[in-house]
Design a protein around this ligand. Structure first.
Ligand SMILES: [Zn+2]
Length: 61
């Protein structure tokens, strides 16, 4: 299932909405910032009740 969520870019700080696929389970993937085009590392964590959390990190953290 696709959900829309808001993240703020760890590079430029701009907030943007992205879609996440919560049916695929935990996953990590790159998402280019829509503003500065830097690669944001997204960690999607889904708990056993189906609630999800999206963590964003910089490449160099
Ligand atoms: Zn950015």
């Amino acid at each position: 299932m696709l959900e829309f969520t808001e993240i703020s870019c760890p590079y430029c700080g701009e907030t943007q909405s992205i879609d996440v696929d919560t049916s695929a389970g935990d996953q990590s993937y790159w998402q280019d910032c829509q503003v500065c085009c830097c690669p944001i590392l997204c960690d999607l964590v889904i708990d056993n009740r189906g609630a999800y959390q999206l963590l964003t990190r910089r490449d160099d953290d």
